[in-house]
Design a protein around this ligand. Structure first.
Ligand code: SAH
Ligand code: DHB
Ligand code: MG
Length: 212
């Protein structure tokens, strides 16, 4: 039997409690009218555990929003670790900058404001993890860029891997769900990657890069 709402509460309370900075960052989505599509605390803790397990030092995030996931990621990094995160909405970026300051992780984070496709093209390889969590239509391109930027042994992470369960609806050919399916298809069939989808929240694709 899968965890129900009350076991999920148990998991969150025991393993993924929020401190004041995380709670403030999450509540800001409501108070400042940002879309409340941030990761959940249990998903944040999963990212934290995975990043610690591979000793990640340099991480790339595509889609910052209000900085909630960025705080979980930055806290998994060593003192000299570094998160690069990309956001095109100035209002989201401003909220994230405040959240990073309040969480005491601002010095570890470079927030690049701009369209992900343009920003990615200017980045150089060597990331220990890439967390893809922005718009869904261009996911095939984010896959190619993510794989280019990842070091061998690095983690490819992609949120919303089941897209509200729309991936299995044959009548749904929306651009966003097609992007998600394409990312999953590329990740499952690439000899350079070993991957699966963890059924947490909306699905988290996790892959390890095996070869250049
Ligand atoms: N990772 C965040 C949630 C990100 S929501 C968290 O869990 O806390 C997706 C974000 O991607 C939104 O803030 C949206 O503005 C941004 N985004 C969407 N398309 C983008 C693009 N093409 N380039 C950069 N950012 C984009
Ligand atoms: C949506 C996007 C996300 O990244 C997410 O985690 C949840 C929802 C969306 O576009 O609806
Ligand atoms: Mg998401």
């Amino acid at each position: 039997m899968r965890p129900n709402e009350s076991s999920l509460g148990y998991i969150r309370e025991l393993f993924a409690p929020e401190d004041a900075a995380l709670e403030t960052a999450r509540l800001r989505h409501e108070s400042e009218n940002l879309p409340a599509i941030h990761i959940s605390p249990d998903e944040g803790k999963l990212l934290f555990v995975l990043l610690r397990a591979v000793g990640a030092q340099r991480v790339l995030e595509i889609g910052t929003l209000g900085g909630y996931s960025g705080i979980w990621i930055a806290r998994a990094l060593p003192p000299d670790g570094h998160l690069t995160t990309i956001e095109h909405d100035p209002k989201h970026a401003a909220a994230a900058r405040r959240a990073f300051e309040e969480a005491g992780v601002a010095s570890k984070i470079e927030l690049i404001e701009g369209d992900a496709r343009a920003v990615l093209a200017g980045l150089s390889p060597g990331f220990d993890a890439v967390f893809v969590d922005a718009d869904k239509e261009p996911l095939a391109e984010y896959y190619r860029e993510g794989m280019r930027l990842l070091a061998v042994g690095g983690l490819l992470l992609c949120d919303n891997a089941v897209c509200d369960n729309r991936v299995v609806d044959p009548d749904d050919d929306g651009g966003d769900v097609r992007g998600v399916r394409e990312f999953n298809r590329l990740a499952s069939g690439d000899d350079r990657l070993a991957a699966t989808i963890i059924p947490i929240r909306d699905g988290l694709l996790v892959g390890t890069k095996l070869a250049p």
